[in-house]
Design a protein around this ligand. Structure first.
Ligand code: 16G
Length: 245
């Protein structure tokens, strides 16, 4: 396809012609979502252009979100994930949400441990003097697709050993009698930085949602402060609205 493209180009700078033909190959399904692109060297040889030209075309397609690059393993067609419709009116966990859709939830651990709290954690979690904070950060995955990055902080008295959290934090809290019953959630649009984009398998700068959730025990005490980054191309948040009486 790259040779064909090289022959049929409509003029203009070489890298733009190559970019167009790679984009066409992706749009027409010749290379499917998640599939690897041939190596820079192979594309250069087939399309009869220099590797610099290939690199430039690929860089543009990465910036457009059509391709993604993974350090050490190559260039891939960006994966398309089915959109998830998420209700804003019930307090559920990621694992429960995915199970309801018949998807298997998994996590990649980014951090877990007990630390000295930041001032913000002390204030929000209502920590006493010398009290520690448990932090768990995870890449949340459904059926192999990375959907969100979640960073949670809880009082270490609530979660003394973050290493014992299996797939579900809320299942763990349930076990220990700390399952939250109410939450405040704040959603804002942000564009992804390089590292988060790489974890989520999308292009840097891609649209995403930053979600901050504070959850409460029946006593009114805050149990969890979680800051998450959700893929903008994967989520629809839905709320039911009623006319105020
Ligand atoms: C949800 C919550 C997160 C919570 C997690 C627990 C949002 C934005 N976030 O993803 O605050 O920590 O569920 O999930 O909804 P788990 O029980 O599967 O670990």
């Amino acid at each position: 396809i790259f040779r064909q493209a090289a022959g049929a180009r409509g003029g203009g700078p070489l890298y733009l012609q190559l970019r167009r033909s790679i984009e066409e190959a992706v749009r027409s399904g010749l290379v499917g979502p998640g599939e690897a692109l041939p190596s820079e060297r192979d594309i250069a040889a087939t399309a009869e252009v220099s590797r610099v030209t290939v690199r430039k075309a690929v860089q543009h397609l990465v910036a457009d979100g059509i391709l993604v690059q993974r350090r050490g393993s190559g260039t891939f067609v960006a994966s398309q994930v089915p959109r998830v419709e998420q209700s804003l009116s019930s307090l559920t966990s990621f694992t429960e949400d995915m199970a309801r859709r018949g998807l298997a939830a998994a996590s990649q651990w980014l951090e877990r441990g007990v630390f000295d709290p930041t001032n913000e954690e002390t204030v929000i979690l209502g920590l006493g003097a010398g009290e520690k904070v448990a932090r768990i950060a995870r890449l949340r995955i459904a059926d192999g697709n990375p959907l969100a990055i979640e960073r949670a902080s809880l009082a270490a008295t609530v979660l003394p050993d973050p290493g014992t959290v299996g797939t579900s934090l809320y299942a763990k809290l349930d076990e220990t009698g700390h399952r939250p019953v109410r939450a405040i959630q704040r959603i804002a649009a942000v564009s992804l930085g390089r590292e988060d984009a790489q974890l989520l398998d999308v292009a840097p700068g891609a649209a995403s949602l930053r979600i901050e959730r504070t959850t409460y025990l029946p006593s009114g005490r805050i149990v969890e402060l979680t800051r998450s980054i959700y893929r903008g191309d994967a989520y629809d948040f839905v709320a039911e609205l009623r006319l105020q009486a």
